[in-house]
Design a binder for this molecule. Structure first.
Ligand code: SF4
Length: 98
């Protein structure tokens, strides 16, 4: 059985913490590149038709959006989590979900 995108990028400890959240994830069968997009000229393209745009659409209808965001916030993840782009230059400065 192939690894999920989260298993590939997270430590075993972090993945075990994410498992209960990811069980209800809306993105399970979506392409990894939507959520871990390439940086182009120092930016992550996010307009309509881009990977980030597609990911945010999926996240907007996900029932674990808040938990996913909080996990990424806690662990300083990179990529699209909870409908938000986390990256070294775009890391949200404050928690947006309680
Ligand atoms: S909020 Fe987005 S990235 Fe997080 S589990 Fe849901 S669909 Fe996946």
């Amino acid at each position: 059985m192939s690894k999920t995108r989260h298993e590939e990028i997270l430590s075993e400890e972090m993945f075990n913490e994410l498992k209960p959240i990811y069980a209800d994830a809306n993105c399970k069968n979506c392409p990894s590149e939507w959520f871990f997009p390439a940086i182009s000229r120092g930016k992550i393209p996010s307009g309509p038709g881009t990977n980030v745009y597609n990911a945010k659409q999926i996240c907007s209808e996900c029932k674990v959006q808040k938990e996913c965001y909080n996990f990424a916030y806690k662990h300083h993840c990179i990529g699209v989590w909870g409908g938000v782009v986390f990256g070294s230059e775009r890391k949200p400065r404050k928690r947006i979900f309680d």
